[in-house]
Ligand binder design. Structure first.
Ligand code: AMP
Ligand code: ZN
Length: 176
């Protein structure tokens, strides 16, 4: 829920949308995480671990106990942001299901906020896994790329023309 929203939300804590502006978990929350050894889920050599956990400063748009959303230093468009889990998962394959659901929920909240505040007319969610897919930082992150009516296109490809048999073969390979 946004700062200027009426405080009338009677739903359970877990059902609520993230609070804005960013709030940090309390001392107790941090202690619980430490007790559960979740601090071990960080990679000392990983720059996104350091950014997500506040060891390296960033332009933070949102933060809670498990995530930080920052502005990308090399933005594709105005407002290009990254959702970073504070724990280190290299890519989507390693990301626990629970985090996957949380990341998409947070992406939706951020997208709504950015649409309202930036006036963007579109939004690409981009998430690269592996170098062949363009991943350069090997700590899971979701790109939020606001789009404007300026004609630019980034996420694009030339459509192939597979036959019906080829499509069926690929389907069988994946599903078999
Ligand atoms: P990817 O190619 O999907 O791994 O995306 C990595 C993204 O991280 C790129 O868009 C970079 O511009 C961005 N990036 C790299 N280092 C930093 C940093 N220190 N702070 C913010 N964004 C960064
Ligand atoms: Zn990391």
């Amino acid at each position: 829920m946004w700062e200027d929203s009426p405080v009338t939300d009677a739903r359970a804590e877990t059902e609520r949308e993230p609070d804005f502006p960013p709030v940090k978990g309390g001392v107790n929350a941090i202690a619980v995480r430490a007790a559960e050894s979740e601090v071990n889920m960080r990679d000392e050599r990983c720059i996104f671990c350091k950014i997500a956990n506040g060891e390296i400063p960033s332009n933070t748009l949102y933060e809670d106990e498990k995530y930080r959303v920052i502005l990308d230093l090399g933005p594709a468009t105005k407002g290009h942001a990254l959702i970073l889990p504070k724990d280190h998962y290299e890519n989507l394959y390693e990301l626990p299901d629970e985090n996957g659901a949380e990341v998409l929920r947070l992406a939706k909240q951020m997208a709504v906020r950015m649409k309202e505040k930036l006036g963007c007319t579109g939004m690409n969610l981009v998430q690269n896994n592996g170098e062949s897919a363009g991943q350069t930082v090997h700590h899971f992150h979701m790109h939020l790329i606001p789009r404007y009516d300026d004609g630019s296109r980034i996420v694009t490809w030339t459509p192939g023309e597979p036959s019906a048999e080829e499509l069926a073969q690929i389907r069988d390979t994946i599903c078999g």
